[in-house]
Design a protein around this ligand. Structure first.
Ligand code: SAM
Ligand code: SF4
Ligand code: SF4
Length: 379
């Protein structure tokens, strides 16, 4: 009997055709969406595979041995990714983040980093090029990534307690190897290293203080992320969210923290600095960040676009449909045409899911059931 193929990805994700407008004009570098927001940040997911099974992202029950990952031919090549990224830079993108799935599982990902590191803004400046990883392969890859031109990295780590961490990644991966990856990244010379911790009430909230104590004064910025209702597979519940304001209260009961000003517009994290004995921010002790995607919407400044591994463009983390850029890239369209199609898509963007969340129906409606997964679009 022929193997039954469950087209989970395609069924769930509506895809729209990217259309080249009748008249095209060269990108001006200042493309605004329907709410006046510029395009500055491009997150590129390079693989839908991962060696972890974090229950909030790729639960084992769904991402099991029968799960159909995309075949290699469906993925954008490094050349296609770089071409697309170059056009986005002409539209105003200044920051590129590689993500996944687990980006370090994509074969020779350092070659892609090298190509992206060559890109320049219209002013001749390099991009802010970074990568988000679970850290499992970082000890092996950090030197090659740095040599290829990677500037910085964000490592996800949900706790210091080995048992808690092993259970959260759900593949029994030891915390010591991720910590070794973080050290390797520092030793390789990557700067501004961040650690992202997703906090789930009742699961790893007891890790918040140990994590803060561990990374204080190490040069690593720890950021706490509210557990989000992204995708459809994680069985998200509001009572498992630990609101950032509550988390900050808990931290401030033990550690002296004071609010810091944002460094850039559209910054997702609220910054808090460790204070010295005089109550002033001590840069030597560093800072932490809180990303309150659930309790404090930051859609107003959202300047992020997301490109999936198969070349679909998403305008919001909670989008239910993506735009098929791959067909356009492979159709023989020239750069001006692809850039014009992207401009047309961005100009009609009105997404602001987090702002609207509270007014949406409480139980998943049919559109929520089709939402993209975090492992597909990469955060
Ligand atoms: N595998 C890499 C990693 O874990 O860093 C990159 C991809 S992962 C999807 C990107 C980020 O999304 C990680 O920091 C992860 O913790 C975060 N994430 C995944 N699911 C989430 C959820 N439901 N709520 C909040 N953050 C989530
Ligand atoms: Fe993999 Fe990252 Fe998702 Fe965890 S959060 S399952 S490491 S993609
Ligand atoms: Fe941006 Fe969508 Fe998140 Fe709002 S909900 S901040 S529009 S990605």
């Amino acid at each position: 009997m022929a193997e039954r193929v469950i087209p989970l990805v395609d069924e769930r994700m509506a895809v729209r055709t990217a259309v080249v407008p009748a008249s095209t004009s060269a990108p001006s570098g200042e493309l605004l969406d329907g709410l006046g927001r510029p395009l500055r940040d491009l997150r590129i997911s390079v693989t839908d595979r991962c060696n972890f099974r974090c229950s909030y992202c790729m639960p084992k029950e769904v991402f099991d041995k029968n799960y159909r990952y995309l075949p290699h031919s469906d993925l954008l090549s490094f050349e296609e990714i770089t071409r697309t990224a170059r056009l986005f830079v002409r539209h105003g993108v200044r920051k590129i983040r590689l993500t996944g799935g687990e980006p370090l599982l994509r074969k020779n990902v350092e070659n892609l980093v090298a190509q992206l590191a060559e890109l320049r803004t219209p002013e001749g400046q390099p991009l802010d090029l970074t990568l988000t990883t679970n850290g499992s392969l970082l000890a092996r890859k950090a030197t090659a990534l740095k040599a290829a031109g990677l500037k910085r990295a964000t490592i996800s780590l949900d706790g210091l307690d080995d048992a808690v961490f092993r259970s959260m990644n759900d593949v029994d991966f030891p915390v010591a190897e991720v910590l070794a990856g973080i050290e390797a990244a520092q030793a390789a010379g990557l700067s501004h290293i961040k650690v992202n911790m997703v906090v789930k009430r009742g699961t790893n909230e007891d890790q918040v203080l140990p994590m803060a104590r561990h990374f204080r004064g190490t040069g690593v910025t720890l950021r706490f992320i509210e557990y989000m209702d992204v995708g459809v597979t994680n069985g998200w519940r509001m009572d498992e969210v630990l609101p950032s304001h509550e988390l900050i209260e808990r931290l401030r009961a033990e550690l002296p923290l004071l609010p810091l000003a944002p460094t850039t517009a559209g910054e997702t994290a609220r910054r808090w600095g460790y204070a010295d004995a005089q109550g002033r921010h001590d840069p030597g002790l560093g800072e932490i960040g809180v990303i309150s995607s659930v309790t404090q919407a930051f859609c107003r400044d959202c300047n992020r676009a997301r490109l999936s591994m198969e070349g679909r463009l998403y305008l919001c983390l909670f989008a239910t449909e993506g735009w098929d850029l791959r067909s356009l890239l492979r159709s023989g369209a020239n750069d001006e045409e692809v850039a014009a199609a992207v401009a047309r898509i961005w100009r009609q963007r009105h997404d602001r899911y987090s702002e609207l969340r509270a007014s949406l129906p409480p139980s998943p409606d049919s559109s929520a059931r089709r939402r993209i997964e975090m492992s597909y679009i990469g955060g």
